[in-house]
Design a protein around this ligand. Structure first.
Ligand code: ACM
Ligand code: ZN
Length: 567
């Protein structure tokens, strides 16, 4: 029943009595569909001409399908490529849907970040993700290959990094990070966990990405998140033993010699003109207790250890600028007043930091952890394996509104992997949420409602599965909220229905069907709700709402026992 309603809903949208409109994600700027389909694998006519730049921009396109064939117009190859991605989404086994589509992205930067340090993923898996990024019109891959979990590219200038810093004795993150001496081990140690990419493999990844109009941005972390470096070069951290914060010693000239050597090789390996240098979460206790760092502070007249951070970033910035590159980093970069205007700030602690950077004339990428960190829970922890800290389901990402302002480059979903140990789980955390990130990066706000979007996602899920991705199925679990006046329920899966009780009894298939928000009719209201699909029933949510008080679910009732931001 629900399925028929869904199909009818989409058909009305299409203005066509027979077939539903194709569910294109990200939603194109303008799309109109005719009732026919073009069959027989027609060769598209593709016209690439700079004269279309003012109309469609460098990545936009015009796509027309009718009985005469498929015609694509774009100012450049990227636009034509994205037209072909859309073409795939409006095709099925019966043919290509008649269509007139004019499309261009809202933001020039649409990124996915992948941490291959906490857990290592082979190049084939990276390429599988790149395939999907291309399908959903992402154009930047932020390659987080160095962090406390391991160093993952074998460099000619410092082969010790992978020899001593790419393998560890313990695979499980919490056991390694919180409950053991955090030992790395030499390559070749029996049963060691880890891995790295050779430079050839990295070149293959870069080339594979470039063929899909995706630029790969490398990240080398300074001054923190560098325990894997110190496994190879223990002298580069403060003190004889190093310490858990993982920062470089700022007073050691060897730190800057290392930075220069590694960054030069990385800038040579990656064609991108952007190098991300981390910059986040330096825990400065090591600097406070290091005689060399303290001496440097006195000599330079620094009043606090934060000055050591800005001093280090300035020197690293010089290495990057002297080599004709742009420095990117997490939002702590804003502490540097000497930030070059070519820099890119990745705002993760709050989107307000992106707008602050933009206001200072510096470019920024919006990636707030509480929405766009894809290692957060996407469903109730009751159902899920351990994830990071908070709750970021599909609808939260979809409802998030990044602002297009001068100097705001775009948005990025970040996939941190402390609790993502396998390829299957990586895909499970990425999909389908990556589709919502794609919508945020490409589509103008208001082009799709949440109801339409979740229905669209439902049609993509079988295709994602058919491509061999272990995705998370849209969940059935009812979400219950109030704005203080009304009770609002929702669930992601359009094929099931929510039934509820208000008298404390267990909901069953005969209980009231939720169809729309209803008044919060008493001072407190106990709601028990479950979703039903055929004979299946989800577990029951049991929530008490109070009139006049807003309630948004964040799962405070669960003690998640998780660490925050990898510390
Ligand atoms: C970060 O989450 N530390 C960038
Ligand atoms: Zn020091």
């Amino acid at each position: 029943m629900k399925r028929i309603a869904l199909i009818l809903g989409l058909a009305i949208l299409a203005g066509c009595g027979k077939a539903p409109a194709p569910a294109v994600i990200p939603t194109p700027m303008q799309e109109r569909y005719g009732c026919g389909t073009l069959s027989g694998n027609p060769e598209p006519s593709i016209e690439i001409d700079g004269k279309y730049l003012s109309k469609y921009g460098p990545e936009g396109y015009n796509l027309e399908v009718d009985r005469r064939g498929v015609r694509i117009k774009a100012a450049g190859k990227a636009g034509a490529f994205y037209a072909l991605q859309t073409l795939c989404q409006i095709s099925d086994s019966t043919g290509i849907r008649y269509a007139k589509i004019t499309d261009k992205p809202r933001f020039p930067y649409r990124g996915i970040h992948l941490d291959v340090s906490r857990h290592f993923f082979p190049k084939e898996e990276v390429m599988k993700i790149l395939d999907e990024m291309a399908r959903y019109k992402f154009n930047y891959f932020h390659f987080h290959f160095a962090d406390n979990g391991g160093w993952r590219i074998k460099l000619d200038s410092c082969p010790e990094l992978t020899r001593y810093g790419a393998f560890r004795k313990i695979e499980d993150w919490d056991t390694f990070w919180l409950h053991s001496p955090m030992e790395f081990c030499e390559e070749g140690t029996p049963e060691a966990y880890g891995g790295y990419y050779t430079k050839d493999e990295v070149r293959q990844i870069i080339e594979y990405a470039a063929e899909r109009h995706i630029e790969v941005i490398p990240e080398v972390e300074f001054p923190a998140h560098s325990n894997a470096v110190f496994a190879a070069y223990p002298d580069l951290t403060c003190g004889p033993e190093g310490y858990r914060g993982g920062e470089f010693c700022v007073a050691n000239e060897g730190t800057f010699e290392f930075a220069e050597k590694v960054l030069l090789e990385i800038m040579d390996l990656f064609p991108s003109k952007i190098v991300h240098i981390g910059g986040d979460e330096a825990r400065m206790e090591g600097w406070e207790n290091c005689p060399k760092c303290q001496k440097l502070m006195k000599e330079k007249g620094f009043t606090n250890t934060g000055d050591l951070q800005t001093y280090l970033i300035s020197r690293i910035q010089k290495i990057i600028l002297d080599n004709g590159h742009r420095m990117a980093g997490w939002d702590q970069l804003l502490e540097n007043e000497d930030l070059d205007s070519s820099s890119i700030v990745y705002a993760y602690r709050s989107d307000s930091l992106a707008y602050k950077a933009a206001g200072r004339g510096v470019n920024a990428v919006i990636t707030p952890g509480d929405v766009l960190y894809l290692d957060w829970f996407q469903a109730h922890p009751h159902y899920e394996r351990k994830a990071q800290y908070g709750y970021s389901p599909l609808h939260k990402i979809f409802r998030y509104e990044p602002q297009a302002r001068p100097n705001i480059l775009g948005v990025q979903g970040c996939m941190w992997t402390e609790y993502v140990p396998t390829e299957g789980h990586l895909e499970y955390m990425l999909f389908p949420r990556m589709l919502a990130v794609s919508e945020k990066g490409w589509s103008e706000p208001g082009t799709t409602t949440w109801e339409q979007f979740k229905n669209k996602v439902a049609t993509h899920i079988p295709e994602l599965k058919a491509r061999g991705l272990n995705i998370y199925d849209q969940h059935d679990m009812p979400e219950i909220e109030t704005d203080g006046k009304r009770v609002i329920m929702d669930h992601e899966n359009p094929y099931s229905e929510i039934r509820y009780t208000l008298d404390g009894s267990e909901p069953d298939a005969g209980s009231r069907l939720y169809t729309e928000p209803f008044p919060l009719s008493s001072d407190t209201l106990n709601i028990k709700a479950a979703a039903f699909s055929g004979k299946n029933k989800t577990f029951t949510r049991n929530i008490t709402l109070v009139r006049g008080k807003k309630y948004t679910e964040s799962y405070p009732e669960i003690d998640l026992h998780v660490s925050w931001m990898g510390l």
